[in-house]
Ligand binder design. Structure first.
Ligand SMILES: Nc1nc2c(ncn2[C@@H]2O[C@H](COP(=O)(O)OP(=O)(O)OP(=O)(O)O)[C@@H](O)[C@H]2O)c(=O)[nH]1
Ligand SMILES: [Mg+2]
Length: 1105
């Protein structure tokens, strides 16, 4: 527990003005955990000698072994300065991109953040990501430029060079902040303009667009990092020193007699000291003078390093120590490693913990200063605006802002993740020192036992002649079986309380993410509490807070109650909270917005137990793993496989280790990573692989192939493929015919659809509720976004063949929101468009299109399309970027019993279901069918057949076009020195990677390479790069986009030259074919390949044979 007791912390918890909830954020390996160590050591929890070496907050074994943080963990620290005492709830977060979800869980609970940047590497991809995350959650950051020692010892920069370098780094960090700020202002501005336009819809009024966009008046100076603002600390966590310019300003103002305020403004910047007139002047750079920062600050540090580490000049060291008034222990002075002495001196001279902690207390907001904007953001889920929430919900905003822990303040808690701990580490199970009374009690018991034992022995001696020892002996020695307590995991919620005081044993409501406070308030009686029956309200449940904990890194301390404004652990929620939850005592509270995750999980593997009998253990283990990790997903595929989806290779490894050692405790076997692909069609290529002009013949060949693949036994009059790719298919009972063509969507459209999938899903939801006539609360903002999407689509689909296409969109797929389009190109068939919700405001009746007989089967066509897009013909992977245009569709009249199941929307009489198109041959089909009415029965309902026919038609139409596979791509940024650059390129090339650009990092000899790489080739990539470059380059892979693989998997050489180039089957070089076959093999589909082509004995043919 360190030097401060639990009681002290309890009192501090009651004073929110002096609480700071903060997290440490940075790119991987920039020194977060090392810095946290220094802060922890300041509290006496670990020895200051071990600070930076222990990495106390990396409590897992694999974290220590690998040297990276994997889980965010919290610790409460005490800091006192002047007459103020502060409680700091500090959360250390991981920097590796695979664990960025842990960062999200940490940032959500905080008001402030320490952003750490490596002084050599500067701003890296994850630095940008965490700054963005902090921005999105309205968390105020302060900056620590760490590893300053590397500038001296590794880069061997002079103090002046280091100053220029630091300026550049500050510039980079501020550039990121600037971009975030500008985009926010522009967004707000756009919204305002829209509102104004909506308000005064005066057509005659001339609109003058104001191009200033509000950027000029927006004050953003407080957002930027600048040493003179006091929000930057320069540090070397490993050597234990750090300072802000305030520290030096105070020292020099006393020494030089210059006012502190003046020094504060001039210590950082283009100022110098004119020694003659003893004044600070501007323009150090132009006059070739040393800036103040170099002269007064950096030079001192540089000369200390020079004396202690480089020259080991004992006399000079002693001189410095006496001038600074520092005393070190003799053993440090004599230590063979000069770094030990350096640490001892620096830690006293410029203690990093003091610099960082005082900056934190001064610059970061307390829970009382929470911005109203942040509260509104937290409380309004995406589809709703804060002002559309019920009044009682809006009133809770004041509770957030007041952060009151009074009895009548409503309890509001957010759980950002669940984490598993071993039961043994719980404070209840821990052995604690006994107090006097207990010791006396135990002594008494022991004395009694001893007396009984003696009595029994004497009794035994007395009755030695063989009589039974008697019952008494038996009862007096109760052999208690040692309680074999199984090692078990319990879940603790990582949470923060925003209002009220939570007590042990209290009942609270658990609000699910879909809970609607308006609905809850209307269903529940006025003034009901969490202990009442709340069963009838959807997405609302109730639970008891069983335990409350103070999070102390590796340890937990039990508490009876926790007041508002604190970060804490809650026990006993594992049955009602999966990963995140909002807990409240009031049903008026709305659930918090979901966490914002930077990286989506993409690496999937199938797992199974080594021994099949252990399946139940695996299932329960996977369930626990799912709960314990904010980002891992666990699912069971249709094939029955148990699949684990993780964010990357390192994350996967950690999840598997957890599964093996903690949650399932069984041997498991893991499949190779399942790599996702997408299938698409492209425009027919003009030239083939060997740059030969392509004629018509290839297309014909493709169609030929389609025909060949048709299942046996189906006569070709059921289906027909035109040379230009139009597929006509008739259902087996000949009642319905569809004509479909597949067209590749322009790439920008696919990207747009992919990016807006959530919006399309909302669109579908609205449409379905409109169709069913359900009343729903439509958010105007979403409607606007949909209208914008529509306009955007329209602007992208300008070509002649896409004329009017946007209006004719029938559905999106797969799953109704995927990046494929079903287009209605049927001449006489009109149906409500997918954009019907946009017109909903104007007229309620318009949405109903004139009843048409085809409308009854509308759903079947959509379902067929959904099925076709869910798994394509190449390797049963989902389609992407394909438009299926239905050009003709006939349904003929059927007996009532056949289609009664399809009459869902309008009750149309069976007679109405007749052919609507005037197509000739359908008449023949009808007569034919009538002749053989009994044979119809064997085919089942028309709607079902239509689904199958539509699906097949789409598949054939797809195959009639040039098909391509799409691969998921990672982007990565690799930092490497010039010597290893060649090897990095080598590895990238071998793995089909492509370098996008390469630049030199200013002021260092490092190159930054940005490259893309297929996910399929990425396994072991990071390791290989690290090995080949002896650990100098270490890439981080982030999913970026889908890319079409240019080679055609079905390509076969036809000319003599091509045979020579590619061999007879061209399968040795065909990357797409390789991927496709790998997927087919995994799925147990037929793979066309021959292992032995010509089974002849190899021999040398002589001339005479
Ligand atoms: N030279 C130097 N090395 C440092 C300094 N601070 C940390 N390191 C080293 O940098 C490495 C990474 O430090 P960590 O504290 O684990 O970094 P981290 O940011 O917590 O890393 P993740 O949690 O994995 O993202 C360790 O080997 C530290 O010894 C410093 O000030 N100077
Ligand atoms: Mg760490």
């Amino acid at each position: 527990m360190g030097v401060i007791g639990l009681d002290k912390i309890k009192t501090l918890q009651r004073n929110p003005a002096n609480i700071r909830n903060l997290c440490i954020l940075a790119h991987v390996d920039h020194g977060k955990t090392t810095l946290a160590d220094c802060l922890v050591a300041n509290n006496g929890i670990i020895s200051s000698r071990l600070a930076g070496k222990l990495r106390y907050l990396d409590s897992r074994e694999d974290e220590q072994v690998r040297g990276i943080t994997m889980k965010s963990s919290a610790i409460s620290l005490h800091y006192s300065t002047g007459n103020q005492e502060y409680l700091l709830n500090l959360i250390d977060s991981p920097g590796h991109v695979d664990f960025s979800s842990e960062v999200s869980t940490a940032v959500r609970l905080c008001d402030g953040a320490i952003v750490v940047v490596d002084a050599v590497e500067g701003v890296c991809p994850q630095t940008q990501a965490v700054l963005r995350q902090a921005w999105l959650e309205n968390v105020r950051p302060v900056l620590v430029i760490n590893k300053m020692d590397r500038l001296i010892m590794e880069l061997k920069l002079t103090a002046l060079e280091a100053y220029t370098h630091l300026q550049k780094i500050l510039g980079q960090v501020n550039a990121v902040t600037g971009t975030l700020f500008t985009s926010k202002v522009l967004e707000e501005r756009a919204e305002k303009v829209k509102e104004e336009v909506n308000r005064d819809k005066d057509p005659s009024g001339d609109q003058v667009y104001d191009w200033s966009a509000g950027l000029e008046d927006a004050d953003d100076s407080h957002l930027y990092f600048s040493p003179d603002q006091g929000n930057v600390v320069f540090a070397s966590a490993i050597d234990g020193w750090g300072f802000s310019i305030q520290h030096f300003a105070h020292i020099y103002s006393q020494r030089m007699g210059i006012r502190t305020e003046v020094l504060l403004k001039t210590l950082w910047g283009d100022f110098y000291l004119d020694t003659k007139i003893q004044r600070i002047m501007k323009g150090a750079q132009t006059k070739g003078k040393k800036p103040l920062f170099v002269q007064l600050v950096l030079d001192n540090i540089w000369s200390l390093y020079d004396a202690v580490v480089t020259r080991r000049d004992k006399q000079k060291v002693e001189k410095v120590m006496t001038s600074l008034g520092i005393k070190v222990m003799t053993r440090d002075l004599r230590h063979s490693d000069p770094k030990v002495l350096l640490f001892a001196i620096c830690n006293q001279w410029l203690p990093v913990s003091k610099a960082v902690l005082s900056m934190v207390c001064e610059k970061l907001p307390s829970p009382l200063e929470m911005a109203a904007e942040k509260v509104e953001k937290l409380m309004s889920v995406r589809t709703r605006r804060f002002d559309s929430l019920p009044e009682r919900t809006q009133e809770l905003k004041t509770a957030f802002l007041q952060c009151s822990s009074e009895i009548n303040a409503p309890v509001i808690i957010f759980v950002s993740k669940m984490f598993a701990v071993d039961t043994k580490t719980l404070p209840q199970k821990r052995q604690r020192p006994l107090n006097q009374e207990e010791i006396a009690q135990r002594r008494e018991v022991a004395r009694q036992r001893h007396a009984e034992k003696l009595a029994a022995e004497s009794l035994e001696r007395a009755t030695q002649s063989g009589s039974a020892p008697g019952e008494a002996t038996m009862t007096s020695l109760p052999l208690k079986p040692e309680e074999e307590e199984e090692q078990k995991e319990v879940f603790i919620a990582f949470a923060r309380i925003y209002s009220g005081t939570v007590k042990k044993g209290q009942r609270v409501l658990v609000l699910g993410p879909k809970y609607d406070p308006a609905q809850g308030l209307s269903l529940l009686p006025e003034g009901c509490s969490a202990s009442d029956c709340i069963q009838e309200v959807p997405h609302l449940s109730c639970c008891t807070v069983e335990n409350l904990y103070l999070l102390m890194g590796r340890e937990l301390e039990e508490l009876e109650e926790i007041p508002a404004g604190n970060v804490m652990g809650i026990g006993g929620l594992e049955d009602c909270v999966l990963k995140t939850a909002t807990l409240s005592a009031s049903p008026a509270c709305s659930p918090f917005t979901p966490l914002y995750f930077e990286a989506a999980p993409i690496v999937r593997v199938a797992v199974e137990p080594k021994h099949p009998s252990e399946m139940p253990k695996l299932v329960s283990g996977m369930r626990l793993l799912n709960q314990a990790d904010p980002c891992a997903e666990v699912l069971i595929q249709e094939t029955g496989e148990h699949v684990l989806v993780t964010a990357g290779e390192v994350h996967l490894q950690r999840c598997l280790d957890d599964l093996r050692e903690r949650f399932a405790k069984i041997e498991i076997s893991v499949s190779k990573p399942i790599i996702p692909f997408r299938e698409t069609v492209v425009r027919p290529p003009k030239v083939d692989m060997v740059n030969e002009e392509l004629g018509k013949q290839q297309k014909v060949a493709v169609i030929h192939q389609v025909k060949k693949e048709l299942p046996q036994g189906r006569s070709s009059d059921y289906q027909h493929v035109d040379p230009d790719g139009l597929v006509t298919l008739t259902t087996p009972n000949r009642l319905a015919t569809v004509c479909v063509r597949a067209i590749p969507l322009p790439q920008e459209v696919t990207v747009l659809l992919e990016r807006n999938s959530e919006l399309i899903r909302a669109l579908e939801l609205m449409n379905s509720s409109l169709r069913e006539g359900r009343a729903m609360d439509i958010n105007l903002r979403i409607l606007e976004a949909i209208a914008e999407l529509k306009d955007h689509l329209q602007s992208l689909l300008q070509e002649r063949k896409w004329r009017n296409a946007v209006e004719r969109i029938w559905a999106f797929g797969p799953r109704r929101y995927g990046p494929n389009i079903l287009l209605n190109s049927i001449k006489d068939y009109s149906r409500p468009s997918v954009w019907q919700c946009l017109e909903w405001r104007h007229s309620n009746d318009q949405v109903r299109a004139p009843a048409s007989p085809l409308r009854d089967f509308d759903n079947s066509i959509v379902s067929g399309f959904q099925l076709a897009t869910l798994s394509g013909p190449m390797c049963e992977e989902p389609l992407m970027g394909v438009c299926f245009s239905v050009e003709r569709w006939d349904v003929e009249s059927v007996p009532f019993s056949q289609n009664s199941d399809t009459l869902k929307e309008d009750s149309v009489s069976p007679e109405a279901l007749r052919d609507v198109s005037s197509h000739g041959n359908s008449v023949d089909a009808t007569t034919e069918r009538k002749m053989d009415a009994s044979s119809v029965d064997c085919y089942g309902p028309v709607s079902g057949q239509l689904i199958a026919a539509m699906k097949e038609a789409c598949r054939y139409a797809f195959q009639a076009q040039p098909q391509r596979l799409m691969a998921a791509m990672y982007t990565c940024e690799i930092m490497a020195t010039a010597e290893v650059l060649g090897r990095v390129y080598g590895v990238l090339g071998k793995r089909e990677g492509r370098v996008l650009h390469e630049e030199m990092k200013e002021g260092t000899d490092m190159f930054i390479i940005t490259a893309v790489l297929p996910v399929a080739e990425s396994f072991g990539f990071a390791d290989e790069i690290r090995k080949r470059t002896s650990g100098l380059a270490s890439p981080q892979l982030v999913f970026s986009h889908w890319e079409v693989i240019s080679s055609d998997p079905y390509w076969v050489p036809t000319t003599e030259e091509e045979y020579l180039h590619f061999g007879e089957k061209a399968d040795s070089v065909n990357q797409a074919l390789k991927y496709m076959n790998a997927v087919r093999r995994r799925k147990g589909l037929f793979v066309e390949e021959k292992i032995v082509e010509h089974a002849e004995k190899q021999r040398t043919l002589g001339k005479n044979k």
